[in-house]
Design a protein around this ligand. Structure first.
Ligand code: SF4
Length: 349
């Protein structure tokens, strides 16, 4: 690979990079938070979260002192809540052991919660110019095309992709180089319809020379599952009943309305009765259909049928079960489906 791959790419990046809030600072904490937020989430979705986050948690020490409830609430809607929990745990360690400043040593950083090879490489290279290569979906796709690698874009490619990166990795500005490759993947070497005519590295690109850029990487068959669930809204004297999810597993520690998946062969009312028994040890006295809410996750689409329900036994307030007003509901961290239901109430209330 010619030596001028990196200079050409860097010069394009410096002219064409997007003006994003986290690119206006070299503060390692800001870069760290942006990198965690950007995993599995689009740039446009992240910007308002990022700006609100730094109003609420301006430093690592402030984040470390915050209650996890506040942290999860600030994260609500970004998904993958384990990332927020790890960020909070790592902030406590950085605050206690490193005076609130993220260390530069990759070994120390790798030992923090939430720091795998990708996050360590991206944060340290961007914040401190530590010479670490990184591979994300954009980098993998660009390199597969430049090298005309066969197969799907998955982790099996990463040995060859990593070898390529080592051959072109610049001594100066490793952080900008990493960002430049990701930016190229996001803006030019897009998944569908890459803009090869505008591409700064087309002269080095084997797929472009062969005309195979549209079929590299080989597309994956994506299976989206549909899930049907019922949700019970239990209201008494203007207060709504919510419960906390278990501390481990999907959407751990978030608050939600009672309910769950409809099992094969069940009607919605039968599912509500069963959920009421399992979750609240109560019978269902009445159920009135209110509305439907649909939410998309990466691998599935959930259709929530929402009912106003009356149980035979009213559940009690305790650490894991709460009766809260509509206004207070908005302060609880919730999965996106439950948050959408609260929003519907707020609009109609
Ligand atoms: Fe991607 Fe086309 Fe550039 Fe090759 S020439 S890196 S396929 S945009």
């Amino acid at each position: 690979m010619p030596e001028n791959f990196a200079p050409v790419l860097l010069s394009w990046y410096r002219k064409h990079k997007r003006d994003l809030p986290w690119r206006r600072s070299k503060d390692p904490y800001r870069i760290w938070v942006s990198e965690i937020m950007l995993q599995q989430t689009t740039v446009n979705a992240v910007i308002p979260y990022y700006e609100r986050w730094f109003k609420q948690f301006p430093t690592v020490k402030v984040l470390a002192r915050a209650d996890i409830h506040q942290v999860l609430k600030a994260w609500q809607g970004l998904g993958y809540y384990a990332r927020a929990k790890n960020l909070h745990k790592a902030a406590k360690v950085v605050s206690k052991r490193h005076g609130g400043l993220l260390p530069k040593d990759p070994h120390l950083v790798r030992s923090l919660p939430g720091f795998g090879p990708y996050t360590t490489g991206s944060v340290l290279s961007i914040a401190y110019d530590v010479p670490l290569t990184i591979i994300d979906a954009n980098v993998r796709r660009v390199v597969m095309r430049v090298e005309a690698l066969p197969g799907q874009a998955d982790a099996k490619q990463d040995k060859v992709v990593g070898e390529f990166l080592c051959t072109v990795f610049p001594r100066k500005s490793p952080g900008d180089f990493n960002q430049a490759l990701m930016e190229l993947g996001a803006l030019v070497c897009r998944n569908k319809e890459p803009l090869c005519i505008q591409c700064p590295v087309s002269q080095f690109c084997e797929a472009f020379k062969k005309g195979t850029q549209e079929i590299i990487p080989q597309p994956k068959a994506r299976v989206i599952k549909n899930l049907e669930a019922v949700i019970a809204i239990i209201e008494k004297d203007g207060k709504y009943f919510i419960q906390k999810r278990p501390p481990k597993g999907l959407l751990a520690d978030l608050w939600e309305f009672p309910g769950g998946k409809i099992k094969a062969g069940e009607t919605k009312i039968q599912a509500l009765r069963r959920e009421m028994k399992e979750e609240l040890n109560s019978s269902l006295e009445s159920a009135r259909y209110l509305f439907n809410v649909t939410h998309f996750y990466t691998q599935f689409r959930v259709n929530l049928s929402v009912f106003a329900c009356k149980p035979s036994i009213w559940p009690k307030n305790d650490a894991l079960h709460k009766w809260v007003s509509l206004i207070s509901l908005r302060g609880y961290p919730m999965p996106s489906g439950s948050a959408k239901i609260v929003q519907r109430f707020s609009l109609s209330g």
